[in-house]
Design a protein around this ligand. Structure first.
Ligand code: ADP
Ligand code: F6P
Length: 322
């Protein structure tokens, strides 16, 4: 006996590569298990607008490789209110939907938590490039975003080295430095500036100068947007060292393009696990994978816990960039 018969899926907040792979897996996993499945268009806004449609096997064909989300995404102010949340729960009940999979970031999880408290069987899938959701090693989209940053830095390196210049690369991450950290380590950056670790711009500037004197032919600083702008970093480096770094702001390019195989696989696995748990009667959980094991953590706990920062990786990046 399945604990749910008809479920819905929505994508919400900032999109991320792999959301489509997750939608596909929710739909096909549900159909495989004999459940009906509906797609909600434009996140919580679409829920309030009753913008729902039945999904079949073909409705998610040819999307595993696509960035963005076929369900569209939105930010919905009305859903931040208790009335909006109640209405969302009512809409689901009116449509006979007894389970919901929310694919999104921290804000979307907050919404999912509210629906869960209103009695809707809800599961959260971590869909954000920021990697800022706890109780999962990685979020869906993070791997692709990091590869985009690494690819951009590879290109910058070519021209930096020719001109013996330095670059400041501003990457996404309002409260979480993981994109900067992983991309910085993978591209051999000389400095990584993240919200989680205090930094000394004087020290970074002097190190850059020393590096050139020691024979390095380029200098790379990766800064997470949540700390300060790339322009600010560059101005300070010039002030302290005379070096004039060029600034690149990668922006929303980081959120687009075809997901990597890692993101597609992560999305497929987490989505299938979420549907399985719903069918077994579980709800109110954020789904993740930690050290190779699937985990389902109370959404309340997920939204009240800050993801821990990997300081070992940060120190490794520093040691190796000398
Ligand atoms: P992300 O999910 O990428 O972090 P947002 O923070 O913009 O993106 O959140 C997406 C949507 O989730 C918001 O527009 C809003 O509808 C809903 N949401 C965010 N925070 C809350 C909250 N505290 N309570 C209810 N809904 C929320
Ligand atoms: O998805 C998270 C994120 O990429 C942040 O790193 C960034 O600050 C933000 O979204 C920007 O999103 P938008 O321009 O859609 O508000």
């Amino acid at each position: 006996m399945s604990a749910v018969k008809k479920i819905a899926v929505l994508t919400s907040g900032g999109d991320s590569q792999g959301m489509n792979a997750a939608v596909r897996a929710v739909v096909r996993s549900a159909l495989y298990r004999g459940l009906e499945v509906y797609g909600v268009q434009r996140g919580y806004q679409g829920l309030l607008n009753q913008d729902l449609r039945p999904m079949d096997l073909r409705s998610v064909g040819d999307i595993i490789q696509r960035g963005g989300t076929i369900l569209q995404t939105a930010r919905c102010k009305e859903f931040m209110t208790a009335e909006g949340q109640q209405r969302g729960a009512d809409v689901l009940r009116e449509h006979g939907i007894d389970g919901l999979v929310v694919i999104g970031g921290d804000g979307s999880y907050q919404g999912a938590n509210k629906l869960s408290k209103l009695g809707i069987k809800t599961m959260g899938l971590p869909g954000t490039i920021d990697n800022d959701i706890p109780f999962t090693d990685f979020t869906i989209g993070f791997d692709t975003a990091v590869s985009i940053v690494v690819d951009a830095i590879n290109k910058l390196r070519d021209t930096m080295t020719s001109h013996e210049r330095s670059s400041v690369v501003e990457v996404m991450g309002r409260h979480c430095g993981d994109i900067a950290l992983y991309a910085g380590l993978a591209s051999g950056a000389e400095a990584i500036i993240v919200p989680e670790v205090p930094f000394d711009i004087k020290d970074i500037s002097h190190r850059m100068k020393d590096n050139f004197q020691k024979g390095k032919r380029h200098g790379i600083v990766v800064v997470a947007e949540g700390v300060c702008s790339g322009e600010d970093v560059a101005r300070n480096i010039t002030e302290h060292s005379g070096i004039e770094p060029r600034v690149t702001v990668l922006g929303h390019i980081q959120r687009g393009g075809s997901p990597t195989h890692n993101d597609r696989i992560l999305a497929s696995q987490l989505a299938d696990y979420a549907v399985q748990r719903l069918q077994e009667g579980d709800s109110g959980k954020g789904i993740g994978i930690m050290k190779g094991e699937f985990v389902a953590t109370d959404i309340e706990k997920v939204v009240t816990t800050k993801k821990s920062f990997n300081l070992d990786l940060y120190n490794l990046a520093l040691r190796l960039s000398q």
